[in-house]
Structures are given as structure tokens and as C-alpha cells.
Design a binder for this molecule. Sequence first.
Ligand SMILES: Cc1ncc(C[n+]2csc(CCOP(=O)(O)OP(=O)(O)O)c2C)c(N)n1
Ligand SMILES: [Mg+2]
Length: 328
Amino acid sequence: MKRTMQNNKLSKSLLIELYRRMVRIRAFESKVTQLFLKGLVPGTIHLSTGQEAVAVGATGCLRATDRVMLTHRPHGQALAKGMDPKRLLAEILGREGGCCRGKGGSMHLADPKAGIMPSLPIVGAGIPVAAGIAFAFKQGESDSVAMGFFGDGATNIGAFHEAMNLAALWKLPVVYVCENNLYAVSTRIHSATLVAELSEKAKMYGMPATAVDGNDVEVVYQAVSAAVERARRGEGPSFIECKTYRHSGHSRTDPATYRDEQEVQAWKKRDPLILCRKMILDRGCLDEKGCSDLEAEEEQLIEEAAEFALCSPEPEGLKALEDVYQDG
Ligand SMILES: Cc1ncc(C[n+]2csc(CCOP(=O)(O)OP(=O)(O)O)c2C)c(N)n1
Ligand SMILES: [Mg+2]
């Protein structure tokens, strides 16, 4: 992706590409919801609607060889890092054509060729793994970078603290992207920690840490790309807290009645897609028709993904143990 900036603003073509990716994620998760309501998705799903700017802005400057660790809310992050929507949707439906041949489902996605390591839905578990990947890059004298995504709730987990400490101490090339959506399931952030700013937790271990508007894709891109460049130069890890909000409940079974309706509406007004679309129109990157055409193209891409996924067969029972154990 072209990465030029003009007057601290992203180039028009880059902004359009970032918008396209956010629209793709929104259309994808809306299709997942439809299929879930038809009873076609085994298990539950955790949607990232409202948080698209974090996934897209954070991964926008990464190379295919950089690796990401995802969470229990991984659809948007996987699409943003380059997973094919067809293989992702087939995986969520538990079909043979999925990225893990239907064995993983929504929360266990992987596509190592695209730099997507198997996602870990155990809260916080991916944080030390991202440090481990970065350690391997460093040992191999590669300039690749690892990125670890996690939520606000994960910053209260022991693994977070151990990983932050080692990543800083060993100057590992890892960028930690914390999606602070104010809740861990139904627990509001400040009923779980007395630390007012999450970035303080990372600073304490000796790494640069900052908080940004996670609904502004340009701001996320700029903050994270500076951290990625720093890691590539061998200067060590960074922590970026992206303040954002999920539009729906924690999972499909959560009506989210613990949230104040005014709070939800205030965040919906700052929907990252609305903000980015306005930026694109105001800066003359595209006109109204250009935006609608782009949105229609992404809808079409997701329709094709659904067709592929729904036509993909369920895995045969006898194949259940294939790809599970390493040979030899
Ligand atoms: C170790 C562990 N404890 C509890 C759970 C159940 N659980 C799944 S997601 C979640 C909340 C995570 O909140 P946060 O880190 O803020 O991420 P978000 O869901 O907001 O994206 C919990 C408690 C789990 N998966 N792993
Ligand atoms: Mg959260």
C-alpha cells in the first residue's frame, strides 16, 4: 500500500484504500450476522462493528511478512491484514473451504502466508506470543515486526505484564495495539482497574505508550506506523491505546443492557466509517458517487464470499484429525 503523507495527512489514495477496508469489514460482519440469525454459524461470534478503524489503521503499514496475533474478536483484524473474505467466511461457517478447513471457526483463524498467526481467544494469551514472534525476528536478524492486538480487559491479565516487561527489556520489535472499547464483556473498565490511563501500565515497563482516537483511521495509522518504524529500526516495542467502542453486545448472545443508551448513541455518531467518508468527501478524494461505487463493490465482494462459503462442503468426519498433529 502507498504510504505517502502530505502535510501530515495521508495521501488521497491511501485514505481511500483504508476506507475500502473498513467498508469491507462492516459488510462482512453484517453478512456474518445474517448467516448467524439463519442458524448457519456454529458457536457464537464477537463482532467488531464500530472498531474498524483500529484494525485497518493499525495494519495499514504492515508488510505481508509482518505477523499479527489476534483475539476472540478477530474478523476485522484478519480482513485488514489481508485474509481472503471467502476463506474467512467459510471458516466461520465451519466449512472445508475455510482458512483452517473449518476446524477453527470464528475465534480460531490463521493464515500464516498473510502473516496471520492462529488467533487466541484466551484473554491476554496472545500478548506473550507476539513477544515470542518478535524475539524470533530479532534472533533471525529480520526487520519484520510483530503486532499484538488485545482489549482493555486484557491489560489486567498477568500475561500482559510479563510480556510488556520482557518486550521492553529485550527491545523486541513488537507493537501492542490495545482496543479500549470501555468494556470487558459487561464490566466497565474502571470497575476493573484504578489506573486511569492504560498507557501508564506499559510506560511503567519502560516502553513508549500513547493513547489515540481509535475511531479516526488516519490518527490510528499515523500513530501505529511511527511505532512500527521504530520497531523496524531495532529501537524496541511500543504500546498504542486506541479509544473506541463496539456498537453491539460482547457476543451475539449479549443484549448489552448494561450500557447507557446515550453513551451508545454518542459513540455511534462518531462511527469510524462516517468519519472517514466525510474526510474523503471534504478533501475531494472521491465524490458522493465515488464513495457509493466503492461501497457497492465491497458489498458485491462479500456476496461472492457468502456464495463461496455456502457452497463449500462441511468437513468429512474422517478428516477430523488431519492437520491437527505435526508429522514426525
Ligand atoms: C483468560 C480468560 N478469561 C475469561 C475469558 C472470557 N472472556 C472472553 S472475552 C472476555 C472479555 C475481554 O475483554 P477485552 O479484553 O476488553 O476485549 P473485548 O471483548 O472488549 O474486545 C472475557 C472475560 C477468556 N476468554 N479468557
Ligand atoms: Mg474491551
